[in-house]
Each structure stands twice: as C-alpha cells, then as structure tokens.
Design a protein around this ligand. Structure first.
Ligand code: 13P
Ligand code: SF4
Length: 317
C-alpha cells in the first residue's frame, strides 16, 4: 500500500465506523476532495447535508458551510476538521451591523450570501449562494427594496442580471477573489486568445470580464460567470482547448477530472484560500477518530437562521 492509499483507507474505515458522510467543497486540497463522499459547491453540499441518511456529517470546508449543514440537520452531529477555518467574506458583516443597516431601510428584504455567520442569517429573509443569487433576488417582488450582503462583486452581478436599481449592496469582499483582478485577467486573456473564460462572480474582475466581452476582446459566448458547481457542468460540455479559470485554485482539480482533454489554467495561480487549506490529512483523521471539532449553534439563533436557509433551498425545487 502507498502512504496515500493507506491514509484514504483509514479515513473511509473511520467514516463507516462513525456512520459519517464526508462532504468536501471544490476548494479543498485534491486529496481531501478525492477521499470525500461528495464534492461540490456550497448549494449542492447544503442540499446533500439536508437529506443525508448518516448520523454524522463531516464538513471539509469552512466554518459557515458546516454551520449551514448543522442548521439543515439539527439532529445530526456535524464535525469540521478545524473550527478556526473561517472566511474573510463572512467576517465583513456581523449581526449588529446588519441590524443597523436594516434600521436605515425599513421594509427592505435582506438577502445574505451563505458566506455569513448563523447570527447574520438569523437577521436575513432569504439566503443565496453564487449559483442561485439571481433567482433568489428575482423571487422578491420587484417593488420591494433589497439589501444584499456581504459580497460587493456578487451584488453588482445580481444588479446587472436582474436590471433592478433597488438593490443596496454591502461593500464586503473575499480577499482571495478580490485579488483576481482586472489586470491579471487582461494579461491572461492576451496570452491565450482563443481560451474560454470561467469567472466566479465573487472575483474583482467580473465586471472587467463582461466589459472585455462587450468590446469584442473576448467573445461573449465564451465568457461565463459561474458558481463553482456551474463551472463543473460547463467543463464537461466544453470543446475549447483552453479555459481560463478565475476562482480559487482548488477548483482546477475537479475541472481537470471532468474534462482531461481541455487545459484549465488559473487566471491567478496564487489564489489559494488559506481557510480552505486548513483541512489536512491529519486533522481529517483526528476529526473522525475523536469527534471534533463539533459545530453547535445557539438554538435561538438557529431557528431564525434555518428559515432563511430553507427558503433558499425551496427555490428551484
Ligand atoms: P460556491 O458557492 O460557488 O461554492 O462558492 C463558495 C465560496 O466560498 C466562494 O468563495
Ligand atoms: Fe471565504 Fe473567499 Fe475562502 Fe470562499 S475563498 S471560503 S469566500 S475566504
């Protein structure tokens, strides 16, 4: 047995012993993705968490994702290999700030990205992810003002796609995606003229990508704004020789597996999320063996936060 095989076998044996399902986000390290039961984007993993038959969910991702799984499966034990795996975007707004913002906009509907704490979700009408943000906002009557938080780039994308001018956007950002800048995008596009372009809407370069497409520097039909799950579906359908990928670099592993005939190149090869990479071989084993770190949520917060997530899950079903 190679070292990798024996580690993977230990993980799988412990998962059976503990009646655990292992969910891994697309940004996890390749070996963590490969040992998981399911790999996906935050919406797909939330849906799986809500219906899993196992009594334990191990969430190889960041804390807000494990918290969302706990909200949807309150009777299950939810574990995360390192509870310190946070998210710079989720840190951009707290419940007090959201309450103050709401007080300035009475009657507005609050749409929060799932990249938020449970306390922020408890102050939210409906959550969204990058794959359903446009659909979620469209479900709100057009005359009602919308407060969208915390991501400014996703918020700008939603404004563009819905054509609504009554969406107020919180000026938060993910430090990893913010650094996938218009300058890096333009350099890469000039190096690879014929490439297709997959852009996560959290990127600082989203508007530039659409602007380039609008000027004909990138054919509009080859420029796609996609969630990580959307990138994966598009990857298996593409016949392009090269695709430039503007998101966290962990995504490349699934894209390359989905379509080995296409070359997937990062727009910014340094765009690695340090929080996602806090899951290691060692702490995944410890997590299963010792039942930690367990995710818990204050019941008063959980009840209200769950409603916001469940409203999102119902959309598109
Ligand atoms: P997805 O919703 O596309 O999985 O993205 C989650 C995330 O954290 C993006 O940085
Ligand atoms: Fe948060 Fe950004 Fe990491 Fe996603 S990539 S988990 S938004 S810090």
């Amino acid at each position: 047995l190679t070292e990798t095989t024996s580690w993977a076998e230990q993980v799988r044996a412990l998962a059976r012993r503990e009646d655990a399902i292992i969910l891994a986000h697309n940004y996890q390290a390749p070996e963590i993705q490969d040992v998981a039961d399911h790999v996906g984007d935050s919406l797909a993993l939330s849906r799986i968490a809500a219906t899993a038959r196992q009594s334990t969910i191990v969430f190889a991702g960041v804390h807000f994702m494990a918290e969302t799984a706990k909200l949807l499966s309150p009777d299950k034990r939810v574990l995360i290999p390192d509870a310190r795996a946070g998210c710079s975007l989720a840190d951009c707004i707290d419940a007090d700030q959201l309450r103050a913002w709401k007080a300035q906009h009475p009657g507005a509907a609050v749409v929060s990205y799932v990249n938020t704490t449970a306390a922020v979700k408890a102050e939210t009408d409906i959550c969204c992810t990058s794959s359903n943000a446009v659909e979620v906002v469209t479900s709100i009557p057009p005359e009602r003002e919308v407060l969208f938080c915390p991501d400014q780039f996703l918020g700008a994308h939603v404004r563009r796609m819905t054509g609504r001018d009554n969406i107020q956007v919180w000026m938060g950002e993910c430090h990893v995606h913010a650094e996938i800048s218009p300058a890096s995008l333009i350099d890469r596009v000039h190096e690879h003229h014929d490439a297709e372009l997959f852009v996560h809407p959290e990127c600082g370069c989203t508007t530039a990508a659409l602007w380039l497409a609008g000027r004909g520097e990138l054919p509009a039909e080859r420029t796609k704004i996609l969630s990580t799950g959307g990138m994966l579906s598009a990857a298996s359908r593409t016949s392009s020789k090269q695709v430039l990928v503007a998101t966290e670099i962990g995504m490349l592993h699934q894209l390359r597996k989905a379509n080995p005939a296409t070359e997937f190149l990062p727009v910014n090869p340094h765009a690695a999320c340090p929080f996602m990479k806090m899951t290691t071989r060692e702490n995944l084993l410890d997590c299963l063996e010792q039942g930690r770190d367990e995710v818990t949520i204050d019941p008063a917060i959980a009840t209200r936060a769950r409603q916001a997530v469940e409203r999102m899950i119902e959309i598109g079903q």
